[in-house]
Design a protein around this ligand. Structure first.
Ligand code: SAH
Length: 411
């Protein structure tokens, strides 16, 4: 699209050859070290990026302080940034209508995955949460555009901003606190795969749910049976899905507040399970046992006590937050997976996850293979899964793919 004659030209950022190559390969980020010239460009500007000879490569969001200096918006000139935002938000909403089934909670906007770098929006039934991760998206006019388009498309009762103080610091943005930015409502109930969950945005409980596991919950429930152990259970995502399939479920987490919500979630769903239990299967009859513990210690103690399960879920926090943590992270994954494999009865199911981007799918499978050999167990792969489709993966941007969820049948 040629620039409209009335629109002022955008500020220019010139890239070093490696930065230009990166964009040509289909990636959308350029690191600061690959920027040749950004003199005088204001923080958070919408800019034209050029190669070293001045040829335009597209329109991008510029950050003056993050390691990622350039986030490409479009490979052409963008004359109307806010118009583009509106269009992309509408597209993101329409995409969810096609790919999300049986859920009133999902990620509405996933940053680069929806061509809206630095913007994340989640929907919990009638409450939306907003996260702003880059300078350009923090401008007042941009915030207003985003909120008005979301309101028009989804008519939320309220919008809550979730602030990551560290991200704002890295982006040199002024501190801000989390909380309501539109409307009054701070808590609601959402349903996912027929299971109900509480969402509460008030102080202390503003983390929300792990929406990226939504499809994996359903998959786990399909294979889960017998006695189940959900390790790193948070507010009970897997445990509550397993409860209607398994005779006994135990959830383990080190966070007391998370387990309190898990318990409330259980109460919310009990009626459905009771009616199932009365069909004579016994499934869903027993109360879920919630244990506050360090998962590493608990697995060690349970293994020593020769405890056995038919289904085990492992969904730890990201052990490798940076590449430097990788070795220690792999030892951590190996330890918990080895113990879980040893504790499964023949025919058992292991649902094992990693949300560390730095741990590739290949590396994760290699670790599982080695743990299976060490545990002397024969393991068949039922499913190798990733994040739910409302967290779209861009093929040319590997960083958009981070979640692994492998389901194994253990002989
Ligand atoms: N499976 C959950 C998400 C897990 S997130 C779901 O689907 O909703 C990771 C969880 O691990 C968090 O709830 C955190 O409190 C917990 N955690 C972190 N370190 C832990 C440890 N050492 N022992 C037990 N739980 C831990």
């Amino acid at each position: 699209m040629p620039p409209s004659p009335s629109a002022p030209p955008l500020p220019k950022v010139k890239l070093a050859p490696r930065g230009a190559e990166r964009l040509k390969s289909g990636h959308v980020w350029v690191y600061r070290s690959d920027v040749a010239d950004a003199d005088g460009v204001a923080p958070g500007s919408v800019v034209t990026v050029t190669d070293s000879r001045g040829k335009a490569l597209g329109t991008a969001l510029y950050s003056s302080s993050s390691q990622i200096a350039i986030r490409l918006l479009a490979p052409e000139h963008v004359a109307d940034f806010r118009g583009l935002l509106r269009q992309r938000i509408a597209d993101a909403v329409a995409y969810r209508e096609r790919v999300v089934r049986d859920s009133s909670a999902y990620r509405v906007i996933f940053s680069e995955g929806d061509f809206l770098p630095g913007l994340i929006v989640d929907r919990y039934n009638d409450i939306l949460t907003l996260q702003i991760l880059v300078q350009a998206m923090d401008a007042d006019l941009v915030r207003e555009t985003v909120m008005s388009e979301l309101t028009e498309r989804l008519s939320p009762a309220s919008i809550v901003e979730r602030v990551d103080a560290r991200v704002r610091e890295l982006e040199s943005l002024p501190a801000r606190s989390s909380g309501l930015v539109q409307g009054e409502k701070t808590s609601t109930v959402f349903a996912m795969n027929g299971v109900q969950f509480i969402y509460d945005a008030t102080e202390g409980q503003k983390t929300g749910a792990f929406l990226d596991q939504r499809e994996n919950y359903a998959a786990a429930a399909q294979y889960g049976h017998g006695e189940a152990l959900d390790v790193f259970c948070y507010q009970g995502g897997f445990a509550l899905h397993l409860a209607s399939r398994c005779t006994q479920v135990t959830g383990v987490d080190s966070s007391r507040p998370a387990l309190e919500v898990a318990e409330r979630n259980e109460a919310l769903n009990r009626e459905t399970w009771v009616s199932r239990a009365s069909d004579g299967t016994g499934v869903g009859k027993n109360e879920i046992e919630w244990i506050e513990a360090n998962a590493f210690d608990l697995l060690k103690d349970f293994a020593a006590a020769k405890r056995q399960y038919d289904t085990i879920v492992l969904d730890p926090p990201a052990f490798a937050k940076t590449k430097r943590d990788l070795d220690a992270a792999m030892r951590g994954y190996n330890e918990i997976n080895l113990r879980a494999l040893k504790m499964l009865r023949p025919g058992g199911i292991l649902v094992t996850c990693s949300c560390s981007y730095h741990v590739s799918q290949a590396l994760f499978l290699e670790m599982l293979a080695s743990a299976a050999a060490d545990a002397h167990r024969t393991v068949r792969v039922l499913e190798v899964r990733g994040q739910a489709k409302d967290h779209p993966v861009l093929l040319n941007v590997p960083e958009t793919s981070y979640l692994k969820c492998v389901i194994l049948s253990v002989s």
